[in-house]
Design a protein around this ligand. Structure first.
Ligand code: GMT
Length: 401
């Protein structure tokens, strides 16, 4: 087996199984959970990784099955194991090695060798298809599959004519389906015609980790300058050029810096636009960063002018850090941000409205403080990691005999 345990030997694992920690015992029998996600930067991978880490901490054994170590997964943590899917190339494969098949093979292998109670895939394509195949590979043994829909797997990728039918079929073949927002649940039913109950389990944040900072060292901007921030994968749906335009307009009125976190296809255009608008030297492109919990509290404002966004995990993380968010009124964002209370919602292409909302909150300290506090309160009360992880755990529990 090519599994790479992150920790421990078979002996330690057997011991953990025999003697669950007291807390886990109170919460029911520890489970063996397989998790598949995209290992690269991106909200779905973060959610899957943080979920797995929490499950492991409460006593479950968590097996990540992926092509590489998910980026937020530490290399050594109790009860967590990593099983690498190795993709072999071959001259006949004109496009790419068949990931879905290699993944299905590895899922089945891990299910059998690790006695998985449940396999949880994050992002429908192609993971729900791989899980479907794995389930059949291990039959007559049981392998309950949970599929969590994250967003573009439904709103963009899953709707491509070449994939639509398979997306719908594999979602419907999952034992349980969850979506990260009500908006995504509705989109799945409306656009794919999925006939299957979909439970909404929102994304989550640990408010101990993402928290406001009382003192903010002037590392991203000189003292006195306001910091506007954006973090994404710089894909067209994120409208990163709009972020730069909003900033340029704000910068005309006050000393400010724009911090752009992440990487992706639209980054060069955003850099070029910043130069073109004459604000190049006030915009910091940081690339992908692992420590969002250290960066976000340094911001005065988070901008998220996406044209579609099923949830907007970075908005939630900013809210937990007490940072007001100005986001598009699209997808699941209204389920997170209450306009004028815990942030601001603006029509996606209304640049003037984004600028007005930004100036309003940056020029009014009392409003800024009030919205920041309300944002944090909302994140803690409705999206606390402990509560959400228990909801996933309940889904698994309902599937395990
Ligand atoms: O395509 C993306 O934007 C990446 C995708 C992902 O896999 O991280 O993001 C989606 O899932 C996140 C986690 O649930 C959500 O917070 C994002 O809103 C969602 N992206 C979109 O809907 C555009």
């Amino acid at each position: 087996m090519t599994a790479r345990p992150l920790r421990s030997t078979v002996k330690a694992k057997a011991k953990a199984k025999q003697k669950p920690p007291a807390a886990a015992k109170r919460r029911g029998k520890p489970l063996n959970v397989g998790i598949t996600c995209y290992p690269t930067f991106g909200g779905s991978g973060i959610v899957a990784t943080e979920l797995g880490r929490r499950l492991a901490r409460r006593g479950d054994q968590v097996h990540f099955i992926s092509t590489s170590l998910p980026y937020r997964l530490p290399t050594f943590e109790r009860n967590i194991f990593f099983h690498e899917v190795v993709l072999e190339s071959y001259p006949l494969f004109q496009h790419a090695p068949p990931l879905a098949l290699a993944l299905a093979t590895k899922m089945a292998e891990v299910a059998e060798t690790q006695d998985l109670d449940v396999l949880h895939v994050h992002y429908a394509m192609p993971f729900a298809a791989s899980a479907f195949l794995a389930k059949h590979l291990v039959a007559p043994a049981r392998l309950p599959v949970v599929t969590t829909l994250h967003g573009t797997d439904i709103t963009i990728v899953g709707q491509q004519p070449a994939l639509l039918r398979m997306t719908k079929f594999t979602i419907e073949s999952s034992d349980r389906v969850t979506a990260v927002s009500e908006a995504l649940r509705t989109a799945t039913i409306d656009t794919l015609g999925v006939h299957k109950p979909i439970e909404v389990i929102p994304n989550f944040v640990d408010p101990e980790i993402f928290a406001p900072r009382r003192h903010r060292p002037p590392v991203l901007a000189p003292a006195g300058a306001r910091v506007l921030m954006h973090a994404s994968n710089f894909r067209p749906v994120k409208n990163v050029e709009t972020v730069v335009r909003i900033f340029a307009a704000v910068h005309e009125r006050m000393d400010a810096r724009l911090v752009m976190v992440g990487d992706g296809p639209d980054k060069p255009r955003a850099e070029e636009l910043a130069r073109h608008l004459g604000v190049g030297k006030h915009v910091l492109f940081l690339g992908n960063q692992e420590v969002m919990e250290e960066l976000l509290p340094l911001a005065d404002l988070l901008l998220l002018p996406s044209s579609t966004e099923s949830f907007g995990l970075v908005a939630l993380e900013a809210m937990a850090a007490g940072v007001p968010v100005i986001a598009s009124r699209v997808g699941g964002l209204p389920e997170l941000v209450t306009d004028g209370v815990s942030g601001f919602l603006v029509e996606p292409n209304d640049l003037d409205a984004f600028v007005r909302a930004s100036l309003r909150v940056l020029e009014d300290d009392r409003l800024h403080r009030r919205v920041g506090r309300a944002a944090r309160a909302r994140a803690v009360s409705d999206f606390h990691v402990d509560r959400v992880v228990e909801r996933y755990r309940a889904v698994y529990g309902g599937l395990c005999r």
